[in-house]
Design a protein around this ligand. Structure first.
Ligand code: MN
Length: 248
């Protein structure tokens, strides 16, 4: 499906709106060629900057169910970590905030070891619908390569200060409730779009108990969770299977 685009789109975006936040995302992509979501059609509702009705659709299977049944869960924003075999393999961490997904490209992916500090490069905001995108971006298009939903869930924010790439002092502290990655993580802006991500030493004492959670992964700590659990958390497919399923 092709979203109608014309010169008026970028100019019409209301400052601070979802439409404005997604301007760069849309500019980089040709939606007649990539199957990535174009985001909400730009109108009064989608430009309001509030949480859209589309949010529950970004959840996957039993997660959507549990959120519908648990009012506390239903209020929580979503996160996703996508494994992306682009020109170089990396992981994209995306956190729902202000009607879009704030996004960082993490070359080495997440770690469960608090000693690991991972480079995270702030990239353009993505539409909420991107949280369930799994597929292959065709050759020649921006980010060409296969995208896997590697982990997803909800999170609680303790701090959420994301300033522009010119700024300094950005800081995000989140408590992730994922299937593979849970617990408190910090993202600290070091220089422009460069941030560092790490699992925090101090973890919440409840829901889930970090000690038992870590014990679950104890055999993996010598290697890494990205090595031990390489496939899609949504469909169980490997990168190669997803590429093959689309004739890629
Ligand atoms: Mn990417």
């Amino acid at each position: 499906m092709v979203e109608p685009r014309d010169e008026t789109d970028a100019g019409a975006a209301e400052p601070g709106s979802v439409a404005e936040a997604l301007t760069e995302y849309r500019r980089k992509r040709d939606f007649s060629r990539t199957a990535e979501p174009s985001g909400p059609v730009i109108d009064q509702e989608s430009a309001s900057g509030t949480r859209a009705d589309t949010t529950p659709d970004t959840l996957i299977g039993d997660e959507a169910l549990s959120r519908a049944e648990d009012p506390k869960q239903a209020e929580r924003p979503v996160f996703v970590i996508q494994k992306h075999a682009a020109s170089s393999l990396h992981y994209d961490l995306r956190l729902e905030m202000g009607g879009v997904l704030k996004s960082w490209a993490v070359p080495k992916g997440p770690s469960l070891d608090p000693a690991d500090r991972r480079l995270a490069v702030l990239v353009e905001d993505h539409p909420l619908e991107y949280a369930t995108f799994e597929g292959t971006i065709p050759k020649g298009e921006y980010g060409a390569g296969t995208v896997v939903v590697w982990d997803s869930g909800t999170y609680e924010a303790e701090k959420f200060n994301v300033v522009g790439s010119d700024g300094k002092g950005g800081e995000v502290i989140v408590d992730l409730h994922g299937r593979r990655v849970s617990g408190r993580y910090a993202l600290i802006q070091t220089d422009g779009d460069q941030w560092l991500a790490h699992r925090m030493k101090e973890q919440p004492s409840v829901d889930p108990p970090p000690a038992s959670r870590l014990a679950e992964f104890a055999p993996m700590l010598g290697t890494s969770i990205t090595v031990e659990a390489p496939d899609s958390v949504a469909t169980g497919r490997t990168l190669e299977e997803i590429a093959a399923d689309e004739g890629g």
